[in-house]
Design a protein around this ligand. Structure first.
Ligand code: SF4
Ligand code: SF4
Length: 224
């Protein structure tokens, strides 16, 4: 499938997943969504990378729409600092809230609150700030992805350092090494594949893991 066609397919899949999420939420069956996350997110990430983030997550879908609006309006947002430890704090907090909800038998609207927070924060900073620093689902997936299976890789010998891929990346997972040559951090990559058609030299591909494995690098955002 051509990459441009694939992006249209991705939009359709994201909208369908968002509709399913809303239905489950309205029916009070949000555990069904967590099951979907376990299967497509946790298990899927071992083989395909973070496809849950780039193709299914309701927050990812809404943040993509928000970023699309900012691009249309030609508005820039700052990228913010890299503080990845924060997402573990958020994960611990979310787990505590779920435990209280289960023990008390009271439904706490954790997912809608997280969606609202992610969209509000991303009004002011680039969406990568949420993906890289705050998302508790993303925190878990950085530990399970990149072990084996497929990932988005950049052939360094084909890269001319133009930076086009970096400009479309929602998670700022593309970093720069010497001579402006780019590499991708597979742990932070959302497998949205938006970078692939932007590359003028065809240096980027989604393929089996063999080279350019920068899974240890999780700090493309500045650490200032
Ligand atoms: S590196 Fe490419 S596929 Fe990965 S998140 Fe960035 S734009 Fe998407
Ligand atoms: S778009 Fe391609 S050539 Fe340009 S920096 Fe990215 S990988 Fe390198």
């Amino acid at each position: 499938m051509k990459e441009h066609t694939l992006q249209r397919t991705r939009t359709a899949v994201q909208l369908a997943a968002l509709a399913l999420f809303v239905v489950l939420l309205r029916q009070g069956r949000i555990t069904g969504w967590f099951l979907l996350f376990f299967i497509t997110g946790i298990i899927g990430s071992f083989f395909l990378g973070r496809v849950y983030c780039g193709w299914l997550c309701p927050m990812g879908t809404l943040l993509r729409a928000q970023t699309w609006g900012y691009r249309k309006l030609r508005l820039n947002r700052v990228k913010g600092r890299a503080l990845p430890v924060l997402r573990w704090v958020v994960l611990a907090g979310a787990a505590a809230v779920m435990l209280v909800s289960r023990r008390s038998g009271q439904q706490i609207p954790l997912m809608p609150v997280m969606i609202l927070v992610s969209l509000t924060i991303s009004l002011f900073v680039h969406e990568s700030f949420w993906h890289r620093n705050l998302c508790p689902f993303g925190a878990l997936l950085t530990r399970t992805t990149g072990k084996f299976g497929k990932s988005v890789v950049i052939t360094e010998s084909s890269c001319i350092g133009c930076g086009k891929c970096e400009r479309v990346c929602p998670s700022c997972s593309i970093g720069i090494q010497e001579e402006k040559i780019r590499y991708n951090s597979s742990r932070e990559c959302l497998v949205c594949r938006a970078c692939i058609p932007t590359c003028p030299t065809g240096a980027i591909a989604y393929e089996g893991r063999s080279r350019n494995n920068h899974e240890e690098d999780s700090a493309v955002l500045p650490r200032r």
